[in-house]
Design a protein around this ligand. Sequence first.
Ligand SMILES: *Cc1c(COP(=O)(O)O)cnc(C)c1O
Length: 275
Amino acid sequence: MTLDFDDVRRKITSRTKAIIPVHFAGRAVDMDKLNEIASEYGIHIINDAAHAIETEFKGKKIGTFNDLTSYSFYVTKNLTTSEGGMIVTNNEAIANRLKIYALHGMSKDAWKRFSDDGYKHYQIVFPGFKYNMTDIQASLGIHQLRKVDRFHERRQEVWDEYNRRLKDLPLILPTAADPASRHGLHLYIILVDDTKTKITRDQLITELHKRKIGTGVHYLGLNWHPFYQQEFGYKIGDFPNSDFISERTLSIPFSAKLTDEDVNDVVEALEDILK
Ligand SMILES: *Cc1c(COP(=O)(O)O)cnc(C)c1O
């Protein structure tokens, strides 16, 4: 569910400026192969690490490979500030520009405008956004930060238990992390092939719901949504690999808060429906 590098090469044109890889479900994209393509074509890499706070490739965190990596601290993520996020960079020029973008395009000294030296007018230096995170949100995040490893450890236990107990059911289980990388373990995704299960993914969702098991779908491809069909002429079938996943993907309960009993309930519900 990450990148097909042969396809990446085929899709690059003279207008391609950047590639935005998603380290999907916490599983690292091969950064060696990706950066080889990036330097060969002179293209930027902007990492979407919304699933990948804990993810490492060859012992290095995902946010350390390229100029830009973004994280989400939305309420469903491994670390949350309810809403919010973070971009990391070690390029000072980019960092300064991002700070201006995040607060209305105001010159970066704007926050000092009520200093002891008297009032100073702020200046808008280019059009920006209102993407500032509040101190209240940050105060939630700082405490979560300490728990990141502990939560990851617990999700690893749940992950291993699901792998062990679901392996004989007619489901496609998540691909393991590449030995060179550390999996962030954000989502536990099963693929439901109705020729094997005899029921469709959507029917399975309904059956699980009846047994009080909540699920998610990550995700229906953009070409399944009306806006992208109307605006760009995309249709279901245009992206065979992504379409295969869109039709079959199902995320079962997965979080550090699950008790052993919860995990057992999920497994038993799946057994009950599929056997
Ligand atoms: C959640 C998520 C985002 C968006 O993050 P927000 O903080 O909600 O803007 C982007 N990419 C992926 C893969 C995500 O899961």
